[in-house]
Ligand binder design. Structure first.
Ligand SMILES: Cc1ncc(COP(=O)(O)O)c(C=O)c1O
Length: 390
């Protein structure tokens, strides 16, 4: 059975060009980039090119890019560096809809003497800007806010927030793991101090990420060791994956330049609109005007998201649900809860996330299979029958 993969915010396929670029670094080009001999030196040259490509994708300087193992490491490194660099400041700020990479770290830090503010969002997932700005003080060590939400795709106005936060002399980090490669980013123009990205969200392998650190930003490394990455992250470089990330960044930049995401957002909009038109009591989670072009979170009221996923799976369709299995009970995700999405809708929420490899035929197949699935599940749902008055 052919797989129809619309779970690209979870992870993406490694692009064939990326794999081709990586392969020699597992076989013939296995030198250590730190070695004095030219066999290793050649690898160092390839890493330099990869760094330039990653920098170009976000409008940074190559020396502002530090390679890490993933988005989670980049987020943790940035936040820990901030609090270590400003040891007298005990207040940290983020939002209620962050990825666990930030959310759980903030919760951990709040048990270790830090005062954490989690800024709320409205029903559409838009940040409460007044709440954010009112929370800031001389005691604030860092503000960390995601650029694009992994569940709803909602984009926060990072440029505007960054300007305001910076004008108050506070360090600003953005988790741009879902935004990089999907929307144009010119970090120079934003004033952002640190930015996290992750390769497996834009067609390079899992286990490689990067942290942008603006020149002049106070920083202390999380991984202390050798002189690699100019002392900002010790450990022998994951050369093949770095080369892969560089290639993926080059491909993503070209795709953005060619407005490739217009086609993807058209497919997303077709999927979304047709579902809204054909399925009763369906709605979109998140601000439709400000979203990543590849993401939609659709709530089908009075059905279980997991049941929808299982039935779609029988047709090879891969997506994800708006619930997280926490201690045995299916809880709606913290993102949908923070937005105040009613339980009946949050439980039946499905996230579809597209990539440049999706086709219109795949969308048509989903549109053929999904509405009858919802209908069948509702026939079995006592909540639906109750809501319909029978
Ligand atoms: C917004 C966001 N931040 C951070 C991460 C973590 O990235 P990684 O899986 O590379 O650790 C993810 C992964 O889903 C994400 O969506």
């Amino acid at each position: 059975m052919k797989v129809i993969y619309l779970d690209n915010n979870a992870t993406t396929m490694v692009a064939p060009e990326v794999l081709d670029a990586m392969l020699p670094y597992f076989s013939t080009h296995y030198g250590n980039p730190s070695s004095m001999h030219s066999f290793g030196g050649e690898v160092a040259g390839s890493i330099k090119t990869a760094r330039e490509n990653v920098a170009r994708l976000i409008g940074a300087q190559p020396e502002e890019i530090v390679f890490t193992s993933c988005g989670t490491e980049s987020d943790g490194t940035a936040i820990r560096a901030a609090i270590e660099s400003y040891p007298d400041k005990k207040h940290i700020v983020t939002s209620r809809v962050e990825h666990p990479a930030v959310k759980n770290l903030y919760e951990t830090l709040s048990k270790k003497g830090y005062r954490a503010t989690f800024v709320p969002v409205d029903h559409s997932g838009r940040l409460d800007m007044d709440y954010l700005y009112d929370s800031l003080s001389d005691d604030t060590a860092i503000v960390s806010l995601m650029w694009g939400n992994n569940e709803t795709g909602v984009i926060f106005p990072i440029e505007e927030i960054s300007r305001e936060v910076k004008s108050r002399g506070i360090l600003f980090h953005t988790d741009a793991v879902q935004a990089v490669g999907k929307i144009p980013i010119n970090i120079r123009e934003t004033g952002v101090d640190m930015l996290s990205l992750s390769g497996h969200k834009f067609h390079s392998p899992k286990g490689i990420g990067a942290l942008y650190i603006r020149k002049g930003t106070r920083f202390s490394p999380f991984m202390i060791g050798g002189h690699q990455e100019k002392g900002r992250r010790g450990g022998t470089e994951n050369t093949a994956s770095i080369i892969g990330l560089g290639k993926a960044a080059e491909l993503a930049a070209n795709h953005l330049k060619e407005n490739g995401y217009e086609r993807i957002s058209r497919l997303r909009d077709k999927l979304e609109q047709t579902l809204l038109d054909s399925v009763p009591s369906a709605m979109i989670n998140g601000d439709p005007a400000n979203r990543l072009p590849n993401t939609t979170s659709v709530a089908f009221e009075y059905v279980e998201g997991e049941a929808i996923l299982l039935m779609m799976n029988e047709h090879g369709i891969c997506a994800s649900s708006g619930s997280a299995c926490t201690s045995g009970s299916l809880e709606p995700s913290h993102v949908l809860r923070a937005m105040g999405v009613p339980f009946t809708a949050a439980h039946g929420s499905i996230r579809f996330s597209l990539s440049r490899y999706n086709t219109e035929d795949e969308i048509d197949l989903i549109l053929d299979k999904l509405p009858p699935i919802i209908e069948r599940l509702r026939e079995l749902s006592p909540f639906w029958k109750q809501a319909m008055g029978n």
